[in-house]
Write a protein that binds this ligand. Structure first.
Ligand SMILES: [Zn+2]
Length: 221
């Protein structure tokens, strides 16, 4: 069944809601008009070491925070659909989707994934993949547990992540142009570490994309 048909049927049983305020919206809607007006489209530029480009849909601020909480706490609702499609539009308009062979999610550590039951980066990859027809591959694995990044400064974050990721089957990325996707980017240290691992596994180039980018001094939930 086509995903938009499936959404229409589901909408009859469980009406689609704005992931910020909970108002019922159209089955293919992302946010209600009022909340959408309050969101800040990301327009800054940011560099991730080793990556060809960085794309984000929104600035992480109080207006978008409820949608991110919904996505992180497992409720999901319409949040992955709304944020994933917004990011997809942005990637398309910047010509990144034309330069992508596979989409790769930033991985979670196995124990964290089992506790949460799903991976929000994978959900976003699914949405982009469905929308753009580019396959997504869980090519990177996080095989060492690390301290939560939010408790660390930039330098500590880099050290904390060193050697935490690997590409179990390098042939999946060899010679490929990769779009590396996460929900939020704070300092970019996680993305930079994975970009370096992908390039060491002979990926041709890596583009990074996140639904939201924090402003320089902004903390994270
Ligand atoms: Zn709303």
């Amino acid at each position: 069944m086509k995903s938009n048909t499936k959404r229409s049927i589901l909408h009859l049983l469980y009406p689609n809601r704005c992931p910020v305020c909970g108002t019922v919206i159209e089955s293919d809607g992302r946010f209600c008009g009022e909340c959408e007006d309050k969101l800040t489209v990301y327009s800054d530029s940011f560099c991730i070491s080793g990556a060809e480009s960085f794309t984000a849909a929104y600035v992480y601020d109080e207006a978008i925070k409820p949608a991110i909480i919904l996505m992180k706490d497992g409720t999901l609702g319409n949040s992955a659909f709304a944020l994933g499609n917004a990011l997809c539009d942005r990637l398309r308009s910047e010509g990144i989707t034309e330069r992508t062979d596979i989409i790769v999610p930033v991985p979670m550590y196995g124990k964290d994934l089992r506790e949460r039951g799903y991976d929000q980066a994978v959900e976003i990859c699914r949405i982009i993949s469905e929308n753009c027809g580019i396959p997504y591959v869980a090519a990177v694995e996080k095989y060492i547990d690390t301290m939560p990044q939010k408790e660390l400064n930039f330098k500590e974050r880099q050290v904390n992540l060193k050697g935490a990721f690997r590409v179990p089957e390098p042939d999946t990325v060899k010679g490929k142009r990769i779009l590396l996707v996460d929900d939020i980017c704070t300092t970019g240290s996680t993305l930079a570490e994975i970009v370096s691992v992908l390039l060491s596994s002979d990926a041709a180039e890596v583009h990074c994309a996140c639904c939201c980018k924090t402003e320089k001094k902004e903390g994270i939930i």
